[in-house]
Design a protein around this ligand. Structure first.
Ligand SMILES: CC(C)(COP(=O)(O)OP(=O)(O)OC[C@H]1O[C@@H](n2cnc3c(N)ncnc32)[C@H](O)[C@@H]1O)[C@@H](O)C(=O)NCCC(=O)NCCS
Ligand SMILES: Nc1ncnc2c1ncn2[C@@H]1O[C@H](COP(=O)(O)OP(=O)(O)OP(=O)(O)O)[C@@H](O)[C@H]1O
Length: 198
């Protein structure tokens, strides 16, 4: 059983994924893979340096994520160029990990957390999709707080994604993470039952 999990930036995808993992699900996390392909020595990072220049690197040769984020989240063409470099490698790795987890234990729930699942047209990879939802204002407030961003920076990041209401409309399952964590936990428990996993 494989479910695609998505939502908006800072809507709580990692929080909900962690709750599902604590119940026994296995997790493929596209953000983790996206970080791996940007590590020194990886061909995707080399291609990004070629595209955006060595100013996206810190003095120790690692990616300066804030710097690259500032470049791409203000410029749709730059974001598209970055996506063209990173997404094929990320997609390949997601598929490999999903397949090997499924082979290892076909009965276990596998959660595949992909922030840009809809934007990247990956809906067809999944029979069912779970959207972690919070209203836009909550998204902005949590993003500003967690990443120390200004309102303008936070809005630019939201603007680079499909609107959260549109994602919610495409969901098979919705977890509303706008309340207290305990409320989110309850919904995860209900979902777990509904999937027949209890
Ligand atoms: C631009 C980068 C360096 C910014 O790094 P930073 O540490 O500030 O953010 P982080 O990687 O933690 O991403 C936070 C969130 O931003 C949003 N986001 C990231 N990349 C993108 C993108 N290409 N388009 C729209 N939103 C994005 C997602 O909601 C993500 O969960 C980084 O996001 C990156 O390398 N992005 C390209 C790879 C990618 O598309 N990743 C998304 C997961 S598939
Ligand atoms: N129910 C909640 N109540 C209050 N704060 C929360 C709740 N759920 C998550 N948060 C906080 O909101 C922020 C965003 O949550 P989280 O990192 O899980 O989102 P995400 O969707 O995985 O983010 P990203 O898109 O950036 O990867 C974090 O700082 C987290 O601690």
């Amino acid at each position: 059983m494989i479910i695609g999990l998505t939502g908006g930036i800072a809507s709580g995808k990692s929080t909900v994924s962690a709750l599902l993992v604590s119940k026994g699900a296995r997790l493929v996390d596209a953000d983790v893979i996206a970080r791996e392909v940007m590590l020194p020595g990886h061909e995707v990072l080399a291609a990004a340096v070629k595209q955006f220049g060595s100013e996206i690197l810190s003095p120790d040769g690692t990616l300066n994520r804030g710097k690259l984020g500032d470049i791409v989240f203000q410029d749709p063409a730059a974001l598209q160029a970055l996506n063209n470099l990173t997404h094929p490698a990320i997609r390949r790795e997601i598929k490999e990990r999903m397949n090997s987890m499924e082979e290892e234990d076909p009965k276990k729930l596998i959660i595949v957390d992909i922030p840009l699942l809809f934007e990247s047209g990956l809906e067809n990879m999944f029979r069912e999709i779970l959207v972690v939802y919070v209203p836009r204002e909550v998204q902005i407030a949590r993003l500003m707080e967690r990443n120390g961003l200004s309102l303008e920076q936070a809005e630019a990041r939201l603007h680079a994604q499909m609107d959260i209401e549109a994602k919610r409309n495409k969901a098979d399952y919705i977890i509303d993470n706008s309340g207290e964590l305990a409320h989110t936990e309850q919904q995860v428990a209900v979902l777990w039952d509904r999937l027949g996993l209890s």
